[in-house]
Design a protein around this ligand. Structure first.
Ligand code: NIG
Ligand code: FE
Length: 381
């Protein structure tokens, strides 16, 4: 986590979309490039990999933001039919093309802050047609955006009102009707569920993950955001690629992650925006585990997809060093998507998705200079 090598006075050659080679200026080979970029005084980094977002949504929830300031909690708002259900109502009422245009604008905005690969979840449809609409929008983004886009199927995000007295009915709907369509059309890479008290419990999450495994969808789940929900353990048991949120992590959770192939993903933007206690990053790292950081970009708990802002929160509130935080949004972000062989470090043969910074004195300056954009350019390929 803490080692982040830097080469001073360096060159880098990209060819056919990949990093061809790099080294120190003294060793620059004879080169005939189509385009040369002078990076004097600047830094070149692997682009951020944002492994957890809900970037496809129909409308902001600034009204609930004000309600929370006045004293309502995130959970109370959800119980009253707001929150995720509010977003589902808006999304189901929106035309697919308009949803796509809005989402593409958001994707372009986060690319301008250095995001060079991203994961996006469904979960604001909560019915067959709505979930398919979201996943088709994600597929169009993947086809048209220059950066890698991965999709997670999150119908188990909240129970629709009509299923509140029939929770088994909704799980059956996801397993028997949605999953076969989603998998059949190849619309998702991963299976997600909001494993949380008042949302989907451990037994429900297990049923969903077992069903998804039959279609080859590996879990990446929402775990331990509001309570010690057992989400981490159930994720590890089902070989999840990642368990995400982790505001509530104790010894049992750390023990379960140890020796697993599951990446702990921390979403400090959500803890910041909901005014919750932060994820115990130090405890996890000091136990010898990796951590990944992601934005959670969504209209309820983190209406920002800005990775540099997450770096600042990680450094100031989670007490991660700038090196740890940058590793957490590059190589560990790639690993949380199974893309660590293609992305996340500067290495010959990897995708040349790179950040060119403005002139800055050090890596630490990126989280230090918060609120300002020090990314001059995202280079894709
Ligand atoms: O990751 N916790 C569950 N899902 C999202 C929030 C969704 C919403 O409020 O719209 C999250 O924080
Ligand atoms: Fe989330």
């Amino acid at each position: 986590m803490s080692v982040l090598p830097v080469t001073e006075h360096a060159w880098l050659i990209a060819e056919n979309g990949l990093i061809h080679s790099f080294g120190e200026m003294a060793d620059l080979p004879e080169t005939h490039a189509d385009e040369t970029i002078d990076a004097t005084g600047r830094m070149v980094l692997p682009a951020w990999v944002d492994s957890h977002t809900h970037l496809v949504f129909a409308a902001p929830r600034d009204g609930e933001f004000t309600d929370r300031i006045k004293g309502l909690s995130y959970e109370e708002i959800a119980r009253r039919g707001g929150g995720i259900l509010n977003s589902a109502g808006r999304l189901n009422a929106m035309d697919e093309n308009e949803l796509y245009d809005q989402s593409l604008a958001r994707l372009n905005a986060v690319m301008a802050t250095g995001t060079g690969a991203i994961e996006i979840k469904s979960g604001y449809g909560l019915c067959l047609e709505g979930e398919l609409k979201m996943l088709r929008v994600i597929r169009r983004l993947r086809e048209n955006a220059p950066i890698p886009v991965m999709a997670s199927f999150l119908a188990a995000h909240a129970y629709p009102l009509e299923y509140r007295q029939n929770k088994v009915g909704y799980i059956n709907l996801i397993i028997n009707e949605m999953l076969p369509r989603v998998a059949g059309e190849g619309l998702a890479d991963f299976m997600d569920a909001f494993c949380e008290e008042g949302f989907f419990g451990v037994p429900e999450t297990e049923r969903l993950l077992e069903a998804a495994a039959k279609y080859g969808l590996r879990p990446k789940i929402h775990a331990n955001q509001l309570h010690y929900s057992g989400g981490v353990q159930v994720g590890v048991k089902h070989n999840a690629l990642s368990v995400d949120h982790l505001e509530c992590v104790g010894e049992a959770e750390i023990e379960s992650l140890r020796g697993s192939d599951t990446m702990p993903v921390l979403l400090p933007g959500a803890a910041f925006f909901l005014g919750m206690h932060y994820q115990p990053a130090r405890k996890i790292i000091d136990a010898g585990l990796p951590v990944c950081l992601a934005t959670d970009y969504n209209p309820g708990s983190c209406p920002s997809g800005n990775i540099p802002l997450m770096l600042t929160i990680a450094c100031t509130q989670l007490r991660m060093t700038p090196e740890e935080a940058i590793n957490a949004v590059t190589i560990n972000g790639a690993a949380a998507l199974g893309l660590q062989r293609e992305l996340g470090t500067i290495k010959a043969g990897k995708k040349a998705n790179l950040i060119l910074t403005k002139p800055i004195p050090s890596l630490a300056y990126i989280p230090y200079d918060y609120g300002n954009n020090n990314i001059a350019r995202l280079i894709v390929g």
